[in-house]
Design a binder for this molecule. Structure first.
Ligand code: PLP
Length: 462
């Protein structure tokens, strides 16, 4: 294709996008006034647009890519599955691809989790976890356990049940009238502690607050729903070590289930296959999605224990069935991709390689640590949030209207990287396969982009 042909194709696609598409989490008026970056193909750590420009995929195509793009083994597994069947249902029928996928998945799961309920998105995996926990207590005759405890700043997806257990005001506030009530506890956000305390001197007072919520509602709490170790979407809020273990103890003391949402943290992201492993915590229910297929196809799973599964057993007329299902649950193409990705994960020791790469990335970001507009760099494995502030000593934020996080990510594009912020937190979530050289380049681009955006915002705000 000549440059002219490329440009013409780009213009045609842009016009059609602007005519027909409504993009998620995207201010559409602004979108319609701008020239979109249109991804056309990809290769390893790079996305390539319609004009042939290459960009490091700095957020793993929304936190899901694991081994890079166009992985020969995953491509081949999907092609091989296409030769057999594209889709068949799991409602009352089994399929080879879903059986093989579930077996491989349980081999990676924390001890005690032996049952796999498939769906197709992180949000559906969480909906299922909520309904499963609720019905489990009902079936056991513990009928007063109808309530859920969640943390401020939680994100569990965008369907109404998942939003109900969410706590990000900007996303969730407008939908409040549609949601069920939950019990909320303060967030373990040490940089901006809601209790005004400082770790470790606080002795994790925020965990005591969670216990207080349980103690005030004896026999009423069905489950605590939590993102283990890192609250991702609120800005990579890293929990103090031992916090998750405290959550497990609290649930045990009060007879509630612990639901760990590993949609973001799973598949090596934090340096272990699942983040709960860092604290030796065994959840009663675990959700996984994003990275399960290596970032190829929509697949999610809600894992649970035999104890929860067994509450649902009984003759059909006893109506202990879990009446929940999605048409494409356990889709064979997605399962084939997941099985191939999980095998690569195991055979290549992908998780074990993460700590060294995380260290390389941290080293490459070293210059930012003293930057006058960087308040805090939070990192667990290859999950990084860089919180931009107007004033480093007072931790004062930039005015939201300046959109300094957004500006920084836009400034990364002409430099050759795709980033996406969470408010004024610049996120780095590279594919786990990114080489140390590429990680260095990503850090260099992020640093230059943050320099440019904060200088402009500080100048403009002065
Ligand atoms: C992304 C995310 C979800 C939602 O997953 P979708 O596939 O987008 O529905 C749920 N929980 C966490 C922790 C997430 O990061």
């Amino acid at each position: 294709m000549t440059d002219d042909e490329r440009a013409e194709r780009h213009r045609r696609l842009r016009a059609a996008d602007h005519r027909h598409l409504w993009h998620p989490f995207t201010p559409m008026q602004e979108w319609l006034a701008e020239d979109p970056l249109i991804v056309d193909r990809a290769e390893g750590s790079y996305l390539i647009d319609t004009l042939g420009r290459r960009y490091l995929d700095g957020v793993s195509s929304l936190w899901c890519n694991v081994h890079g793009h166009r992985v020969p083994e995953i491509d081949a597994a999907i092609r091989a599955q296409l030769e057999r069947v594209g889709h068949s249902t799991l409602l009352g029928l089994a399929s080879t691809a879903s059986i093989e996928c579930a077996e491989e998945l349980i081999g990676h799961a924390p001890p005690g989790l032996t049952r796999v309920f498939f769906s197709d998105a992180g949000a559906t995996a969480v909906e299922i976890a909520i309904k499963m926990a609720f019905q489990h207590h009902q079936l056991r005759g513990d009928v007063a356990r109808k309530e859920f405890v969640t943390l401020a700043g939680a994100y569990h997806g965008d369907t109404l049940g998942a939003v109900s257990v969410g706590g990000i005001d900007l996303f969730h506030r407008i939908f409040r009238p549609l949601l069920f009530e939950v019990q909320r506890a303060p967030q373990p956000y040490c940089y901006r502690c809601p209790l005004g305390r400082a770790w470790p001197g606080c002795a994790m007072a925020c965990a005591d607050e969670v216990e207080r919520v349980f103690a005030a509602r004896p026999g009423r709490i069905a489950a605590l729903v939590i993102e283990p170790r890192v609250q991702g979407a609120d800005g990579m809020i890293v929990q103090p070590p031992g916090y998750l273990r405290r959550m497990r103890e609290i649930c045990d003391r009060h007879g509630a289930l612990l639901v760990c949402d590993e949609v973001a943290t799973g598949w090596g992201r934090t340096g272990r296959t699942f983040a709960v492993e860092h604290e030796g915590v065994a959840p009663d229910i675990l959700t996984t999605a994003k990275g399960i297929t290596g970032g190829y196809l929509p697949l999610a799973a809600t894992l649970t224990t035999e104890a929860v599964f067994e509450s649902f057993l009984g003759p059909p007329e006893a109506q202990r069935t879990f009446f929940h299902g999605h048409t494409y649950a356990g889709n064979p193409l997605a399962c084939a991709a997941a099985t191939a990705s999980m095998r690569l994960f195991r055979e290549r020791g992908v998780g074990a390689a993460v700590p060294a790469r995380a260290e390389a990335l941290a080293g490459a970001l070293g210059a930012l640590a003293g930057h006058p507009h960087v308040g805090e760099i939070r990192q667990r494995g290859l999950m990084v949030g860089i919180e931009l502030v107007r004033d480093r000593s007072s931790r004062e934020r930039f005015p939201a209207a300046l959109r300094v996080g957004h500006r920084a990510c836009m400034a990364a594009r002409p430099r050759g990287a795709i980033l996406r912020p969470l408010g004024d937190v610049v996120v780095l979530m590279p594919p786990l396969s990114m080489t140390p050289a590429e990680l260095g380049e990503l850090a260099r681009i992020a640093t230059a982009a943050i320099d440019e955006a904060t200088a402009a915002a500080a100048g403009g705000a002065a």
